[in-house]
Structures are given as structure tokens and as C-alpha cells.
Design a protein around this ligand. Structure first.
Ligand SMILES: C[S@@+](CC[C@H](N)C(=O)[O-])C[C@H]1O[C@@H](n2cnc3c(N)ncnc32)[C@H](O)[C@@H]1O
Length: 236
């Protein structure tokens, strides 16, 4: 069973994104929204039948996964530019997940799916070895208090997991505006030999001056925040 943090705790962390969303009854997520809570129990290791690539019309396409998609802005912008790739967004805030899935359906983006889950747990339990072409981790929650650092997505153990699921030559793309989280990323990457660090190139769908073009980035560009990105390529 997938355990997700309570919504009030999460809402506090996402203060810039909590403008009112349409009520659930006005959203239609059929064919686009999946919930970890409704999937068969996970096995001891990822099983063939659990592979999320099977949720797409053509499971053989390169598979990209975004951790913490928020309202899905990056996905609905990027996916039409690269219709030959499949995109899965994972978001644990129910309202955002539902909104993003409905958004993808309204735009008829057959290469996008949204999953309600804890992304780290889902990847560990259900994502197959060498199945991911690109990971996207944009403006991940910084969990600024030291006692909460263990909740950050990037940990020594998650880098090992990401290496397991990324295909040869595949990448993990990271962007943040948070200085302490950036230092955390640098420290973890420096002591990890599983990836080669490369310069970050903005997303295909980003507008001039943007690194991603997500809600979070657009909200804080006017404040002149220091946005930084890195690309980590899997070492073999
Ligand atoms: C600050 S928001 C950024 C959202 C979006 N990436 C953007 O740039 O606008 C971080 C998002 O990640 C989600 N999130 C954080 N950790 C997660 C996890 N382990 N699994 C799924 N979603 C997660 C949060 O609920 C939140 O919506």
C-alpha cells in the first residue's frame, strides 16, 4: 500500500501553487489518470505487468518521467513538441494530479499520463531496469529544516535507484531556485560515480529566459530568483 503525506502538510509546502483549482467533479481524468492506491499490490521487485510504459498507446517509445509535476504545465507544453516520446508525471497532491490529468485529456495528449503516488516509492517498486530515457526533477520541495532533509527526493539511495532505471545514455535533469537544495545536489552528485555531470540545456518548450517553463518558475521569475540546472548522464 502506498502511503502519501497528508494533504495539509503538502499544501503548506506548495504555497505558490495553491490557487483554487476546479472541483474534482468538474474534471475528467479517464484514460489519463492512474492512482498507485488502485494498482495491484507491488511485488518484491518490479514485475513486467507493473511496467507503466504499458499505460501508453505505444509502450516501445522512449519513456520520460517527471517527479512532482504540480499542475502539469511542463508536461502539457513539452509533450506536443515530442510526440514520439511518452511522458509520465507523478504527483502526490491529489488536486494537482487530477487537474494535470484532466488538462492532458482536454488537449488530447495521448503521450501523457499522470500518476497519483509517492514517486520515489513507485519507482523503487514498479519501474523496470533501464526503462527511462529522461527523468525530470524541477523545483522539488526543498524541505529546509535539517530534520526533514531525509524527505528530499535526491538521496544517495535514490541516485542508485535512478541509475538502475535510467537506460544507457539516459539522463536526470534537475532545476532548483533553492540555494541550500542546490548545494545538497552538488554534494550528492560529487560523491556519486554513477552519473557524469553535464551542462543543463533548457527544455524544448521553454520560452526565452526560462530553464523549464513550469508554473513555479514563471511565478518566481519576476522576483529575479537564481534558477540553476544540471544534467546527469548515466555512467555504464
Ligand atoms: C514546488 S512544486 C513544483 C511543481 C512543478 N514541478 C513546477 O515546477 O511547477 C513540487 C511538487 O512536487 C510534488 N512532490 C514532491 N515530492 C514528491 C514525491 N515524492 N512524489 C510525488 N510528488 C512529489 C509536490 O506535491 C509539488 O506539487
Amino acid at each position: 500500500m502506498c502511503r502519501l503525506p497528508s494533504e495539509p502538510i503538502l499544501a503548506k509546502l506548495n504555497f505558490p501553487m495553491t490557487r483554487s483549482l476546479p472541483s474534482a467533479s468538474r474534471l475528467d481524468i479517464s484514460g489519463y489518470g492512474y492512482q498507485a492506491e488502485e494498482l495491484p499490490s507491488a511485488g518484491d521487485a518490479p514485475r513486467t505487468e507493473d511496467d507503466p510504459r504499458l499505460w501508453f498507446d505505444d509502450p516501445t517509445r522512449p519513456f520520460e518521467l517527471e517527479i512532482g509535476s504540480g499542475k502539469g504545465t511542463f508536461l502539457v507544453q513539452e509533450a506536443p513538441h515530442r510526440p514520439e516520446h511518452n511522458f509520465l508525471g507523478i504527483e502526490w497532491m491529489m488536486a494537482f494530479w487530477r487537474y494535470a490529468a484532466d488538462r492532458a485529456r482536454r488537449r488530447d495528449l495521448r503521450n501523457v499520463r499522470m500518476l497519483h503516488a509517492d514517486a520515489v516509492e513507485f519507482i523503487r517498486q514498479r519501474v523496470a531496469n533501464k526503462s527511462i530515457h529522461t527523468f525530470h526533477l524541477y523545483f522539488s520541495d526543498p524541505w529546509p529544516k535539517s530534520r526533514h532533509h531525509r524527505r528530499r527526493v535526491v538521496q544517495d539511495a535514490t541516485l542508485v535507484e535512478f541509475h538502475r532505471v535510467i537506460e544507457p545514455g539516459g539522463t536526470l535533469r534537475i532545476v532548483t531556485d533553492h540555494d541550500d537544495l542546490w548545494d545538497w545536489y552538488e554534494e550528492h552528485v560529487q560523491r556519486c560515480e554513477l552519473f557524469e555531470r553535464e551542462a543543463y540545456e533548457p527544455c524544448v518548450s521553454a520560452k526565452a529566459g526560462e530553464l523549464v517553463g513550469s508554473n513555479f518558475e514563471r511565478k518566481f521569475i519576476p522576483e529575479g530568483r537564481n534558477f540553476r540546472g544540471m544534467t546527469l548522464r548515466r555512467n555504464d
